[in-house]
Design a protein. Structure first.
Length: 382
């Protein structure tokens, strides 16, 4: 609610449809929500710490780590820290019960599975997987931990489905043997690139059948990875961001053998009859007009962008590849966003535009989890 000055609005609960009885029942609803998960603890007495942490994450605490949470709810600080570091629970079962509940709330046939990574800066070098690497939270390369997350969104809502910590390749060298042991990395864990992790997570979600989807939405790290795109099931379309220097053919070229110039060795290998162009050059071409659209309503008014959408042929090592949609957005600050999609050739523009907006739900998940639930306050090192 927009106010002229920061202040308490006395009617905010009434306007939101929240009455006194609903507030009084919040504790009961939280208890009922927690019941299916508490049985996943393997040691008696851990339930109280699980409840304490959930209440702490949902609270207004500025720092949602073990000590402030324990002090807020009158629990043992050491006990909360031990629960984080050495508490035992059936993680797989917790995940399955959570995904089942989320599926019943938000799944729908035209949804989108979203994949992205999220990083958190770290000062020390003792936490598992920490290294100098690109951290999206900072927008640069720095000491950080990075996880690959898979989410889901549709007309009913959005949420995170699963996650895997990215462990840099150098952590599997002999020099890190003692560090791996300290951080309790299982012996069967092997190095995986982020696209390989994403493929594993995607296969798990699709095989579960809990989250039917029309789309898979990814950023350019995955959009430029042909192996990842080819791993997406055929019945699901991708909507993938790509870098500005991605090469495409604006029309399907013929493969011809160049005429012999009379000098040097004769070339017998066929080459495309036209040269490919970078998608940024396609965006700047005056031959294709911009279409002005309103993407949504922001805090400062309508979010305006300009779009171009056309069929192109991907350039695969100087050869024509798949025929895809190229969807380009230009924002009011002059920046571009380039995306490709293997949606059918008769897909209408408004459907592609909707897919472009759906992908950003995972960014909203990261924002809400960090700002409201303390996702970036984790203390565990193993």
């Amino acid at each position: 609610m927009m106010l002229q000055k920061p202040d308490w609005h006395p009617n905010i609960l009434k306007d939101a449809g929240i009455d006194k009885k609903m507030v009084e029942n919040i504790g009961v609803e939280l208890r009922d929500f927690m019941k299916p998960f508490l049985s996943c603890n393997t040691y008696a007495g851990q339930e109280i710490y699980a409840e304490t942490f959930v209440k702490g994450f949902l609270s207004d605490l500025q720092y949602k780590s073990a000590e402030p949470i324990a002090l807020r709810y009158g629990k043992s600080v050491r006990g909360c820290q031990r629960f984080l570091s050495s508490g035992k629970w059936n993680t797989d079962e917790v995940g399955e019960r959570y995904r089942s509940a989320l599926s019943m709330s938000i799944s729908e046939p035209k949804g989108m599975i979203t994949i992205d990574e999220s990083g958190e800066p770290k000062k020390g070098n003792q936490s598992v997987g920490v290294a100098r690497q690109y951290c999206g939270n900072l927008g640069k390369t720095d000491n950080s931990q990075v996880g690959v997350f898979i989410g889901y969104c549709g007309v009913k809502g959005y949420g995170i489905i699963d996650r895997t910590l990215y462990i840099p390749e150098k952590w599997f060298n002999d020099d890190y043997a003692s560090q791996r042991e300290k951080c309790a990395i299982p012996d069967d864990i092997v190095f995986q690139t982020k696209p390989e992790i994403a493929t594993t997570l995607l296969q798990k979600v699709v095989e579960s059948g809990l989250f039917p989807a029309r789309w898979v939405g990814v950023d350019s790290l995955y959009g430029r990875n042909k192996e990842f795109l080819s791993s997406i099931p055929e019945n699901i379309w991708y909507f993938a961001d790509v870098p500005a220097n991605t090469l495409v053919f604006t029309e399907k070229p013929k493969m011809v053998v160049p005429e012999y110039s009379g000098r040097g060795r004769r070339t017998l290998k066929a080459k495309p009859s036209i040269a490919p162009a970078a998608v940024k050059d396609v965006a700047e071409s005056p031959d294709i007009p911009w279409n002005k659209v309103i993407l949504g309503e922001g805090a400062k008014g309508p979010i305006v962008a300009y779009e171009k959408c056309l069929r192109v042929v991907m350039c695969d090592v100087d050869n024509p590849g798949d025929c895809v949609w190229l969807y380009i957005r230009r924002f009011e600050d002059g920046s571009y966003k380039f995306s490709i999609s293997n949606a059918p050739h008769d897909t209408q523009l408004h459907i592609l535009r909707a897919a472009a907006l759906m992908r950003w739900s995972i960014e909203q998940c990261f924002l809400e989890c960090k700002c409201e639930l303390g996702l970036d306050h984790c203390e565990a090192r193993s």
